[in-house]
Ligand binder design. Structure first.
Ligand code: UDP
Length: 186
């Protein structure tokens, strides 16, 4: 999959959602949504985080930037839909772990997923408010449960920093979701 630098931010250019999903699964990537805001107002920290990982165009501004740089086939992929596509296409043989949002939101998210995707293998989940000492417990649990896919909905850059820590302990596809659990449970 090709990529280009937009204001120093590396953004990949998938032609289909499946191309991005397969690439991320095969490479144990950390998926980071990139929009015009993140490109135009990139700080050194956000730029470094995106460039260490797999930035994909989550907004039309990023798509237009890539097209201007010659990548005509690229499509916009909203992160709040991508995680559900990953579940839909991969749920038969994958283990999922969910982290983020408040207790009632993550609990409702898991209930809704189990009803919408019967048979989904959610190996564990927790809220996104880690108290002192809980980070270490979470890392140990990730290593023990060995998920294939980890969704983290805690806002940026909090979720990306946690994903990087987890991926140093256990390889998987990680996706940062922002407020997607809140959106999903409406
Ligand atoms: N959140 C969390 N832990 C925190 C702070 C926020 O889990 O320490 C959750 C919050 O409950 C909400 C989401 O992160 O579900 C916030 O998403 P936001 O829309 O701010 O993220 P963005 O999409 O803007 O990155």
């Amino acid at each position: 999959m090709e990529s280009r630098l937009l204001n120093g931010v590396q953004v990949y250019a998938p032609a289909t959602r499946q191309e991005l999903i397969n690439y991320a699964l095969n490479n144990h990537s950390l998926l980071v949504a990139v929009n015009a805001e993140k490109v135009l107002h990139a700080t050194d920290q956000t730029r470094d985080i995106i460039n260490r990982n797999l930035g994909y165009p989550d907004g039309i501004g990023a798509v237009m930037g890539l097209k201007k740089k010659g990548l005509d086939q690229v499509i916009k992929i909203p992160g709040c839909e991508l995680w559900l596509d990953i579940i839909r296409t991969q749920m038969k043989d994958k283990r999922f772990y969910l982290i983020g949002a408040k207790d009632e939101v993550i609990e409702e998210t898991v209930l809704k997923l189990r009803s919408e995707f019967p048979g989904i293998n959610i190996v564990n989940y927790r809220n996104g408010y880690l108290k002192q000492g809980e980070r270490e417990l979470l890392l140990a649990d990730i290593v023990q449960k060995k998920p294939d896919v980890v969704f983290v909905a805690m806002g940026s850059p909090r979720q990306e920093l946690l994903m990087e820590e987890m991926s140093n302990c256990h390889s998987a596809l990680y996706q940062g979701l922002g407020g997607s659990f809140d959106l999903y449970t409406g």
